[in-house]
Design a protein around this ligand. Sequence first.
Ligand code: NAD
Length: 468
Amino acid sequence: MFEVAQLIAGAWEPGRSAHRLTVVGPADGHPVTTVTLSSDEDVAAAVSAAREAAPAWARTAPGARGAALHAAAEAVDAAAGELAEIMSSEMGKPVGEARDSVAAGVGTLHQYAELGPTHRGRTLAGNYDAVDLMAYGPRGVVAVITPWNDPVAVACGLLGAALVTGNTVVHKPSERTPATGWRLASLLAPHFPDGVLNLVNGGGAAGAALAASPVDVVAQVGSTATGRSIAAACARTGAKALLENGGSDPLIVDAGVDPVWAASQAALGSFANSGQICVAVERIYVHRTVAEPFLAALTAEASAWSEKIGPLVDRRLRDTVDDQVQHALKDGATALCGGAVPPGPGAFYPPTVLCGCTDEMAVMREETFGPVAPVMTVDSFDEALTRAADSPYGLAATVLTRSMSHAQQAWRDLPTGTVKINAVFGGAPGGAAHPRRGSGQGYGYGPELLDEMTVAKAVHLQAPPSGW
Ligand code: NAD
């Protein structure tokens, strides 16, 4: 079993709260990790350590900060297998997929190590005897609060961008993946001066204490409810809130689309990582002309996925997912596949296809963080677009269509940060988007994250008057 510690000013030690947490593996319910949680005083000490380390780290040459991040990335890469095993045992992702997500995290660290030292500034058109410029500098102390569903890749993005731009960090990983966060920090921290990267452990209480602390940025990836409470905390302290939150991403299947191919896309979008992806397909609008063969093919896909799908992170999440499904069934939806908690150990939930869904059902309106594909049949592309746009979230959307004009209409009109045409996942490296509505605020990734982690200063350097 992993025994997890916190890191404050370069010292690893157990948390000092009276609370101990044990994480059980979602595959079989066996204990995996134990951690004594950080107290409010620990959180305050970590923020103080980060504040103390901030001036020297801010003055460190950008090239040296980039080199430190490259070295840290190499250390994570060298331990990728071990980190993937820990992640898999804590949150249930199959080890092969966990390795891919560690590799993604390592790639992100290297990217920020390269991009950080060249991060922008510009000179302005000032008077002949002056120099005018806009210079970017670190914001100061960044609180990084991360979720469990892709714990290494998500943390690497925020940590890499914050550290390379000269900020110091207090990281609080999810209470569902504390050993993953602890091992990641133990690989990264030796490459930075003491106090530059600190780690605290705990759940919502530790996160709330950190978000209410005198930090300069709270960068959080997680649920919308948490994001909203962090935004409120930041409004009180004046810290900047950078939020990447939940989604209820629509998938539109247009008339004329091959229903079997569309079903394979829908299944991938709904069932990958057991549906525990922020940009998972959460609700499907299928044109009536292809609805029947699409539903038949999606049901076949779901039963094929049931052979290989991993568990949900824990039974608490499984209960929430099942509750949403049972409400939909009670309100008139039909389960074509899955739709019930299976017997046996762990937190497994079957790939589930629901038809006859309506706008009011939680499976259509809220985020369902599990392998559920709720389907509504529509009579036109316009109707699908209107329903897709009517959501409290605005993270991403996918449209499967043979029509170029429908594709154009969709990407221009859908009120989401990302629009994907004819592929549920994918996109070029370096893309970044603004999430809308309840899905967050600011750039949570991509080169623009470096802008979020820095402040711009306008400088006017005037030559002294002649004759001094
Ligand atoms: P969560 O909001 O429960 O927890 C996220 C982090 O916030 C954890 O570290 C948690 O301890 C902390 N936290 C909880 N309550 C807090 C509070 N009151 N104040 C401060 N911190 C608090 O989310 P989760 O269950 O870990 O993650 C799943 C969610 O994350 C889903 O909604 C998913 O869509 C979202 N997510 C979004 C993205 C994205 O890029 N938009 C990426 C991954 C996950």
